[in-house]
Design a binder for this molecule. Structure first.
Ligand code: DON
Length: 311
């Protein structure tokens, strides 16, 4: 069923791989800087579990900001819509993903959306569990179910590297505490610890594709038939992916590709074609706005060829 993609994918992948030269591997988390600059891998999965891959689909990398979509979904399941939107807004920022700017500029100092770092830290504080370990365990369990891999876990080296150098995220989190977005009962360091761990979950593109497939089918895993996430929450998550998923390049990606996607600084992109496919891409070299240059090019090429745009 994926033959039409399979036939053309290797050629497109090699053309997109050249775009890696325009980007740079993220270095602000030292452990990420070790990734190969011109790696590029993709897996596409359809509703009966059929897959097609090209390039470097077995390369391991960490979810980074892609995890934010799924912690948001779990926060909705745990707390409902109203409680989540009391902590984060619904609008793109136009600023970099780790920016503090608007937290001070706009009252009441609530993060603009759940996909920027400040918003994701606020969302992480809402995950249920008596201890940070229990919260992390619940998040991992949720990710494992969505990715259909019970062995999914976080990469200890990336987690440590991120935690040791997270000066900016610490500033954001303490600022949120001062603004009372993180409540009195919230221990900032504990929330950060859970956040670093969910960003450090170790995957390959097959995991991203399978997680994306669940979103493409509105919260039901079409392979197992299992209902995993209420449709309304998936609808919200996909809206955020379209408007904020590629940060301050989301408008450009919506125009060029027109499909919901979420990027991470490890170079991963989780994308989906509604009702059709889940897609995972890895290309560690990032453009100025934090998205994989080769990965974005590949998705744009495919979207144009197969007329995937939702618009
Ligand atoms: O908090 C951070 O900076 C990283 N763990 C995640 C940032 C990220 O992936 C932004 N993506 N483009």
């Amino acid at each position: 069923m994926l033959e039409h993609i399979e036939a053309r994918l290797p050629g497109w992948l090699e053309a997109s791989r050249k775009r890696a030269a325009e980007g740079q591997v993220a270095a602000y988390i030292p452990e990420l800087a070790k990734a190969p600059q011109d790696a590029l891998g993709i897996t596409v999965i359809g509703p009966s579990g059929e897959t097609v891959s090209a390039g470097d689909p077995n390369m391991r990398f960490t979810l980074q900001s892609i995890s934010k979509v799924f912690t948001l979904l779990l926060a909705f399941i745990d707390n409902g819509e109203e409680a989540v939107f009391s902590k984060v807004g619904m609008e793109p920022t136009g600023d970099d993903f780790n920016s503090m700017l608007k937290l001070e500029l706009v009252e009441p100092g609530k993060p603009f959306n759940p996909l920027i770092n400040a918003g994701a830290i606020a969302v992480t504080s809402l995950i249920h569990g008596d201890t940070p370990a229990e919260k992390t365990a619940r998040i991992l369990q949720f990710f494992r179910t969505a990715a259909a891999d019970p062995a999914l876990t976080y990469n200890e080296n990336v987690y440590r590297s991120e935690s040791a150098t997270a000066h900016r995220n610490r500033s954001l989190a303490y600022f949120l505490k001062d603004n009372e977005v993180l409540g009195e009962e919230v221990d900032v360091e504990e929330v950060l610890d859970v956040y670093f761990k969910h960003c450090s979950v170790d995957v390959h593109v097959g995991h991203l594709a399978r997680m994306a497939l669940v979103l493409a089918f509105n919260g039901r895993d079409p392979v197992t038939g299992q209902a995993l996430i209420p449709r309304r929450y998936v609808q919200i998550a996909k809206s955020f992916m379209l408007t904020c998923g590629m940060y301050n390049a989301s408008g450009e990606f919506a125009i060029r590709a027109g499909i919901p996607a979420k990027s991470g600084v490890s170079g991963g992109i989780l994308a989906l074609v509604p009702g059709q496919y889940g897609i995972g891409v890895i290309g560690p070299a990032l453009g100025r706005k934090g998205n994989s240059t080769a990965g974005v090019h590949l998705l744009e090429t495919m979207s144009e060829a197969f007329d995937w745009s939702m618009f």
